[in-house]
Write a protein that binds this ligand. Structure first.
Ligand SMILES: O=C(O)C(=O)C[C@]1(C(=O)O)C=C[C@@H](O)C=C1
Length: 365
């Protein structure tokens, strides 16, 4: 006969061992932190964190789910880093936006998160060193590029040091107990656009009020019992407002990409990508000859975007993402060739390819 009391005693013992080991780990991290202070080394080491997580996920952890272990280790590393230095991360706020959610996904919960009112302000917080990193939206899979971020990348000296892919699952948050009691829906225009079919099917003829962010939509609902807001699950936790419906987005594979910006460039990991920005001479075939040159170098282009240069009409800047790290021989050679060929080349940064697993549904608002 299985004795449940004994099994639970066994679990309590294991929990005690886990805590003793976490204490031991925290103590070692503090010693690493002291060494870094003595030798003026950066506290946050992306490549080392990647190495730890990759090594753990390669092991046979069954029956413990690997994805759960990834989250647990994200939090362990975040907590240990916070013991070494109080790291601040700026993000496009207010609190509970999808950008906030993306920042927590990437850095864990133990760091200090600093909301900024605009994308430009996120860059400013990092430039002024009030924050070590900034998180800004760059692209939504249904709504397209966030041009303001691309334009700000042109002006800044900051580097792109990471990318986060977050699934966007919109929820309908309301104090009302049923859809029939809802008299107004508050939402950011982008979220509203991503939930058009839910709104027209379940809340037809209900007035929609546009807000500056999803968080603002939730705040308005706190004052209006017959109001409903479109926002993420995190807003429900922070503002203590119930979720009436989940997954109300029209496309289940709705994702948003975010960039992490900063000054500390991550070292090489097993799988990196490099973002560059170029302008080209205005002549027929100029772009295709550059793409050809990249291909001949054996380098894969994963993304290509263009933006008006805003210096001369019909003059464009191209944002190109390629596979590999700028320390790789092939990329070094390519950059040299581009520098000879293009009027302007800027290396935005090399950083680990983001984890795209478990990325089910977010927008940046
Ligand atoms: O190895 C280091 O450099 C550490 O500071 C330790 C540690 C860790 O907890 O393992 C903490 C923070 C760094 O970003 C990477 C790793």
């Amino acid at each position: 006969m299985i004795d449940i009391k004994k099994l639970r005693e066994g679990i309590d013992r294991v929990d005690g061992e886990i805590i003793a080991l976490l204490k031991k780990r925290a103590d070692l991290a503090k010693q690493v932190g002291a060494y870094k202070i003595a030798h003026s080394l950066p506290f946050h080491v992306v490549a080392r964190e990647r190495e730890i997580i990759d090594r753990i996920l390669e092991q046979d952890t069954a029956p413990f789910p690997k994805e759960a272990l990834r989250h647990i280790y994200r939090e362990i590393l975040s907590a240990c880093l916070s013991l070494e230095e109080p790291v601040s991360i700026s993000y496009l706020g207010p609190p509970a936006t999808y950008t906030h959610q993306a920042a927590i996904k990437h850095f864990g919960n133990s760091l200090r998160f600093l909301p900024a009112p605009t994308i430009r302000e996120v860059f400013r917080f990092v430039e002024s060193k009030d924050a070590l990193y900034g998180v800004v939206p760059i692209e939504n899979s249904t709504e397209g590029m966030v041009n303001y971020t691309l334009d700000t990348l042109v002006e800044t000296d900051l580097k792109v040091v990471g990318e986060i892919v977050l699934p966007i699952h919109h929820c309908l948050l309301t104090k009302s107990s049923s859809l029939s009691n809802i008299k107004t829906v508050f939402a950011h225009p982008q979220s509203q656009a991503q939930c058009r079919s839910f709104l027209s099917t379940h809340l037809p003829n209900i007035p929609l009020v546009e807000t500056s962010s999803n968080t603002r939509a939730v705040e308005l609902c706190l004052e209006d019992e017959s109001g409903a807001a479109i926002a993420g699950e995190m807003a429900s936790d922070i503002y203590n407002i119930p979720i009436l419906r989940r997954h109300i987005e029209d496309y289940p594979d709705n994702q948003t990409r975010f960039l992490v910006i900063g000054t500390i460039e991550p070292g090489k990991t097993r799988k990196d990508q490099t973002s560059i920005m170029i302008s080209i001479i205005d002549r027929v075939g100029a772009l295709s000859s550059i793409l050809d040159m990249i291909a001949k170098q054996g380098i894969n282009v994963t993304r290509l975007e263009s933006r008006p240069s805003r210096k001369k009409a019909w003059d464009y800047i191209f944002f190109i993402d390629i596979e590999g790290h700028q320390e790789d021989q092939s990329i070094r050679e390519l950059l040299k060739k581009l520098q000879n060929l293009c009027p302007y080349v800027k290396i935005l940064g090399s950083y680990p390819v983001p984890d795209r697993k478990n990325t089910v549904g977010a927008s940046h608002t």
